[in-house]
Design a protein around this ligand. Structure first.
Ligand code: SAH
Length: 246
């Protein structure tokens, strides 16, 4: 069954209308018409059965029942990712969504290349949100990850939310020679885990010290220096495996 996203805030009783983008897909690409059945994803853990009732610029549907629900995850994984060049962030957002990341926070740090102005930041955030949503539809994930707008490294470490956050905190660093991620069995017991991964140029020593002061432990992925996007996906896959989320 075809699956589309709707914003639960726009729901009016059993009536739902879709965004321009989802409507375009239904009407122009798939050429579905009134009376046809689809599934509607609310991004918050539920999928509904629905029937198309109108195919204007914004497709209208009537919800007929619940098709599936997903429980709240008992463990959450948050990623802080140094902003990468070109479309590499798109890839990391897509794969992290498939791998079950709950929250994704892009950050600027001193070795990030190119700075985003506020308009570019907003556009990028919207783009990453769309990519996360599409990845959810494709992999049948019911909860859309929370995609933050880009923040500075300082904001990421000092935010109010960090003070109350009890997550196990790990910074992946190629210069860490003692602690390998496989030697952290506590990942299995932690209710939430927060990972930091650097941009192409990596972290400066000063940035590593700032993270340590904020409660992060530095961990290694082995001898080889991995490309940033390889490191991120490897780190997420290993942590999700150790956490029993894969
Ligand atoms: N500063 C380095 C490489 C940075 S790699 C240089 O330019 O030579 C980009 C990011 O991938 C790093 O910031 C780190 O978070 C992660 N990374 C790459 N290889 C790693 C490894 N072997 N162990 C842990 N993290 C690694």
């Amino acid at each position: 069954m075809r699956r589309f996203y709707f914003d639960p805030q726009t729901r009016n009783g059993d009536e739902v209308s879709l965004s321009d983008e989802e409507s375009h897909h239904i009407v122009k690409v798939l050429r579905l018409s009134a009376g046809e059945h689809v599934e509607l994803l609310d991004g918050q853990g539920a999928v509904f059965r629905a029937v198309i009732v109108g195919t204007g610029r914004r497709v209208a549907l009537r919800i007929e029942g619940i098709a599936a629900t997903a429980p709240e995850p008992d463990k959450t994984l948050r990623i802080g990712q140094g902003i990468l060049k070109g479309d590499k962030m798109d890839t990391v957002v897509q794969k992290c969504t498939e791998l079950g990341v709950s929250r994704f926070t892009p950050f600027h740090s001193s070795r990030c290349q190119g700075k985003l102005d506020p308009v570019q930041s907003r556009k990028k955030q919207e783009r990453w949100q769309r990519i996360g949503l599409e990845a959810c539809k494709q992999c049948l994930r019911l909860r859309v990850p929370h995609l933050d707008g880009p923040v500075s490294y300082g904001e990421l470490l000092q935010g109010k939310a960090m003070e109350n956050d009890q997550s196990l905190r790990l910074l992946f660093w190629e210069e860490e020679k003692e602690l390998h991620v496989r030697d952290l069995p506590e990942i299995g017991a932690a209710p939430s885990v927060f990972l930091l991964l650097g941009p192409e140029g990596g972290f400066t020593h000063e940035e590593v010290e700032l993270a340590r002061a904020a409660g992060f432990r530095t961990v290694s992925l082995g001898e080889r220096i991995l490309r940033a996007e390889t490191a991120s996906l490897t780190a997420v896959a290993i942590v999700q495996f150790l956490a029993g989320n894969l």
